[in-house]
Design a protein around this ligand. Structure first.
Ligand code: SAM
Ligand code: SF4
Length: 334
């Protein structure tokens, strides 16, 4: 379906939990995290009903996220339920990788196509600094990446480059990904929730590109085409891809310096069932109230279509904005 600015909305990100096994400084506070209760979050049946309304309106790709989606019990069952939707959406998941080894095979069997694994560092020490959790969990995340590849899931890596944190490691991460033939994308730190007060300084796309060019040689921008993991014509994300002289591909997602609002194709469903129309803005629809208030499928569809018609034109990151959402990234799902 089209929003009020004639953008086609075909990608839904569903946060299945606000809980997480890590406490990344740019995403989640160390303490005082107000966790949603069991009754607050949507059940799998409710998620499938909401997702079904959206797929019937044109959503073709669904990403499960969180918090950490793999800490919610039996996420594979949800994948299997979503895979049964008549429109057969493409199903993918974003994870910190820590519990991926245990789940990769069952996720694939349930109908998941791919996983994006967040990997900011290959150093246990830096991992501890970023995640505030035991550095040995990095080993589990790395094993999870391998397990996902073995299970036949399409894997991508996401890295948030930060000045003085993982800045020195970016070329090492590029080599790590290239060796395994995994696309790596650098995601610019966004000033959301605790990121702004974390003291972390994100590196811009231009700074990362300059650094990589100094190590590997000039980067060549690639045409914006369907991504390389077999997605075909299924809606892709906002990454811009570049080729290194050795042929490996690097992506950049930079919402600040290279905004992609004009081509935005997504909406988000939070764990408590709020349909968020823009990552930064508060605008949206309380889908849980509709689901629990007895709305029919037709009423649900109509309310969602109406809300999407009011999707904001663009984000206002970096500006004081009365309409800005106070949610943290772990509550929204990235
Ligand atoms: N726990 C999973 C994970 O870490 O992949 C999924 C949820 S996490 C919120 C999704 C993505 O958001 C991760 O790749 C993470 O690096 C990214 N993220 C979190 N806070 C961010 C911020 N302030 N700026 C940019 N990316 C952020
Ligand atoms: Fe957890 Fe992912 Fe946020 Fe890190 S980025 S705290 S792994 S939800």
């Amino acid at each position: 379906m089209r929003d009020g600015f004639a953008r086609t909305i075909e990608y839904l990100r569903i946060s299945v939990t606000d809980r997480c096994s890590l406490r990344c400084r740019y995403c989640m506070p160390e303490t005082g995290v107000p966790s949603l209760s069991h009754d607050d979050i949507l059940t799998y049946d409710e998620i499938v009903r909401a997702a079904g309304a959206l797929t019937s309106l044109g959503v073709r790709k669904i990403r499960l996220t969180g918090g950490e989606p793999l800490v919610r019990k039996n996420v594979s069952a949800l994948v299997a339920m979503l895979a049964e939707l008549p429109e057969r959406p493409r199903l993918v998941l974003t994870t910190n990788g820590v519990a991926l080894t245990e789940h990769a095979r069952e996720l694939k069997a349930a109908g998941l196509s791919g996983v994006n694994v967040s990997l900011d560092t290959l150093s246990e020490h830096v991992f501890e600094r970023i995640t505030r959790r035991d550095g040995h969990l990095l080993e589990k995340a790395l094993a999870g990446i391998e397990a996902a590849q073995v299970a036949g899931l399409a894997v991508k890596l996401n890295c948030v480059p930060m000045v003085g944190v993982n800045e020195e490691e970016l070329s090492t991460l590029v080599r790590f990904a290239a060796k395994r033939k995994i696309p790596l994308r650098f995601i610019s730190l966004m000033p959301i929730g605790c990121a702004a007060a974390s003291g972390l300084i994100g590196m811009s796309e231009d700074a990362v590109r300059q650094q990589l060019a100094a190590v590997f040689g000039a980067l060549e921008e690639l045409p914006n085409e369907a991504e390389e993991d077999g997605e075909g014509d299924v809606p892709t994300g906002p990454a811009r891809y570049f080729a290194l002289p050795d042929g490996s591909r690097i992506g950049f997602i930079d919402a600040l310096d290279h905004p992609f609002c004009t081509g935005c194709n997504r909406v988000r469903l939070t764990a408590e069932g709020f349909l968020k129309l823009c990552l930064q803005a508060r605008d949206g629809l309380d889908v849980r109230a509709l689901l629990r208030g007895g709305a029919s499928n037709a009423e649900l569809r109509a309310a969602i279509a109406d809300a999407i018609g009011h999707k904001p034109q663009e984000h206002h990151f970096g500006h004081a904005d009365a309409a800005a959402d106070a949610r943290y990234m772990y509550q929204v799902g990235g």
